[in-house]
Design a protein around this ligand. Sequence first.
Ligand code: AMP
Ligand code: ZN
Length: 132
Amino acid sequence: MEDCIFCKIIKGEIPSYTIYEDELVKVFLDVNPNTNGHMLIIPKEHYKDLFELPEEIINHSVKLVKEKLYPLVKEKLDCDGLTFSQNNGYGQEVKHYHIHVIPRYENDHSMITFDKDMLIPTEEVFSKLSDK
Ligand code: AMP
Ligand code: ZN
């Protein structure tokens, strides 16, 4: 993808603070971090979002976080937990699939807020989703 900034990072055309890479993924520090150690895991191939992504990448990333990245940030940054998240479509700024790996610290007050005025009753949601 010509204009994709994450493809450019993969190709080395844009610099990044790379923490880890292998044949499938690259992990680097987010340029606008939410907490100390906020990283992104991106596949080396361009996939737009979760719906295009081969499951192998997810499994690989989960294993990577469990075995390498969380132990690393726990030891070096003394974090108290970790948020593992990713956006698709609305809320996704960069259209090259990426997982946010965000070390959490007691009292970091990090949270996603939603407009609860948009909520419809749970019974209505359930009836739409369950065909009942
Ligand atoms: P999202 O809103 O889930 O698409 O998140 C995109 C993330 O990419 C944001 O957290 C940005 O700070 C981050 N980002 C954008 N450009 C760069 C870059 N050149 N290097 C590192 N992180 C970036
Ligand atoms: Zn890309």
